[in-house]
Design a protein around this ligand. Structure first.
Ligand code: HEC
Ligand code: HEC
Length: 473
């Protein structure tokens, strides 16, 4: 098992932060982790690929690379554009292949805006933001530093069913023709489980495979984020996709419950890499091509831990994770007001569970393309650091306020305003904050959001069990 290694944040520059923060306590924890871990998974890992681990607040996040040692010569790590950035600038293994404010701030404090992450084109709140002094840079990169948000500029589609009536934008960056939206980088790992690429599924198209969508995504990322003058070669794009689709990342160790694959637990990235998936698997709305009925028990990673005996801290932590998994699978939720679900089915209240929307077995995204609006970008939840757009639907006259129109910026449809995909729920603990706009600072905040949004009235213990489960994914 390889531990505490870091990948180049950009071509030619290796990071040593993990090594620097390597205190004796961490070392002892790490040695214990190695000493107590069952060997079977390690043998599997040795035979088939390479593991890479980093400490996170909840324990340890690991990546399993089916291809073997991480090939840092892959174009994923190369500066293919004009601003010094590579894919790894925004997709780092220690952050479950996203980036987190904690590490973003460390990069800013270490190198100032010299780190290529800090580029005005989409790192700043607006491309023309003042970055002429360190003080100006702090406010230009405020959303990146505080919430890990990148600017995504999207044109209002020509044939959109809506027009932009008003813009309340603290950064004066959006216009009625092009909106600036602020979004979290999605992980560039666990990609074989995707049904939609990007929060708004904008790289998907009818008849286009996920692999083809990922290739277009890599091209657009190079032209956009890395400001390349010309697209990468087909060969480079194939190499990037071949690299990123072999990466599996998940929490491998919990600081309270220990190794997540011990005592019949099925956590960690190696088990994840063998998880069955196909488009439509376990779909609750009849989308499963095998015709198999929906099983709300979509997560079965920690079922065996429900029977763990003992009053010690580790056994209690394991039982809490098992209880959290059961809550996720079975706790009734009266789903109402979710565009993409209630309106499509014409049912005001759908009796469901967390797994109605997070249905892919042991992965947790939606197994078919299903943009949904659960209310994260509603005007009522808008914070002053985000823009608020007032949209007017041309035919109905309806006026809708949102901080991110989501899928509607691609489809042009009023019905799609505020819809985004439900992302993969693995490696969560290593990549706060959550939701497309980073509005939930912690997994506890995510649970509080659902408790309030769907009036769950979860008990204190149910909340902490759910958090324990989410943290172990
Ligand atoms: C400047 C930061 C940045 C860089 C550089 C970057 N990305 Fe991303 N990436 C993002 C953001 C932000 C999103 C989500 C945007 C959205 O959905 O609107 C994202 C999304 C993705 C996704 C979608 C995952 C999913 O679940 O749908 C993949 C795959 C990905 N990036 C791969 C890459 C590759 C490959 C490169 C290099 C060619 C790259 N990224 C470069 C910020 C970045
Ligand atoms: C009605 C559908 C639906 C239900 C029910 C639902 N979710 Fe979600 N979930 C989503 C969508 C859609 C998103 C993305 C929302 C966004 O980013 O704006 C999401 C996002 C999340 C995220 C953040 C992931 C990330 O990468 O940022 C977590 C964690 C999560 N859900 C957990 C839960 C839990 C726990 C429950 C049950 C208490 C639950 N969800 C119930 C649809 C749902």
């Amino acid at each position: 098992m390889k531990s505490e290694s870091s990948l180049p944040a950009r071509h030619g520059q290796f990071k040593t932060r993990a090594a620097r923060s390597f205190t004796p306590i961490l070392l002892v924890t790490l040695l214990l982790a190695i000493a107590t871990s069952p060997r079977a998974e390690d043998r599997l890992a040795e035979g088939r690929g390479e593991r890479l681990s980093h400490q996170d607040k909840a324990g340890m996040i690991s990546t399993f690379n089916i291809n073997g040692p991480i090939d840092t010569d892959n174009p994923f790590f190369q500066d293919l554009g004009s601003n010094g950035r590579s894919c790894a600038t925004c997709h780092q293994p220690e952050d479950a292949w996203s980036i987190t404010p904690r590490h973003i701030r460390a990069r800013f404090n270490a190198g100032g805006a010299r780190d290529p992450l800090f580029r005005p084109n989409d790192g700043a709140v607006c491309p023309d933001a003042d970055v002429s002094s360190p003080r100006a840079q702090r406010s230009a990169y405020a959303l990146l530093l505080a919430k890990g948000l990148l600017r995504v500029g999207l044109p209002v589609p020509d044939d959109a069913e809506f027009s932009v009536l008003a813009i309340d934008d603290p950064y004066h960056c959006s216009t009625p023709l092009e909106l600036s939206l602020y979004r979290r980088p999605l992980p560039s790992a666990n990609l074989p489980f995707l049904s939609a690429v990007m929060w708004d599924g904008r790289e998907n198209a009818p008849g286009r495979s996920i692999l083809a969508a990922l290739k277009i995504q890599a091209k657009n990322a190079t032209l956009g984020h890395a400001q390349a003058q010309s697209a990468p070669t087909e060969e480079q794009l194939d190499q990037i996709v071949a690299f990123e689709t072999r990466l599996f990342t998940a929490q491998s160790r919990d600081r309270n419950a220990g190794p997540l694959r011990a005592r019949g637990g099925k956590g960690g990235p190696v088990a994840l890499s063998t998880q069955t998936f196909f488009i439509g698997i376990n779909d609750p709305l009849g989308g499963n091509p095998t015709g198999a009925p929906f099983d709300p028990r979509a997560f079965t990673l920690f079922a065996r831990w429900g029977n763990v005996q003992g009053g010690d801290r580790q056994s209690r932590a394991r039982r809490a994770i098992a209880r959290g998994e059961a809550i996720f699978n079975t706790r009734p939720i009266q789903i109402s007001g979710v565009a993409g679900l209630n309106d499509n089915l014409g049912i005001a209240v759908i009796p469901g569970t967390c797994t109605t929307c997070h249905d892919s077995p042991n992965v947790g995204n939606h197994s078919v393309v299903a943009p949904l609006n659960i209310g994260v970008s509603d005007a009522s939840r808008r914070t002053p650091d985000l823009p608020l757009f007032t949209l007017r639907c041309k035919t109905t006259g309806a006026v809708i306020e949102t901080s991110d129109p989501g899928r509607a910026m691609i489809s042009g449809r009023c019905a799609d305003i505020g819809k985004v995909k439900g992302p993969i729920l693995r490696g969560l603990a290593a990549r706060p904050p959550y939701f497309h706009n980073g509005s939930a600072a912690s997994l506890r905040d995510v649970v509080e959001f659902y408790d309030e949004r769907f009036k769950l009235v979860l008990s204190e213990r149910e909340k902490s069990d759910l958090v324990a489960f989410l943290r172990a994914l």
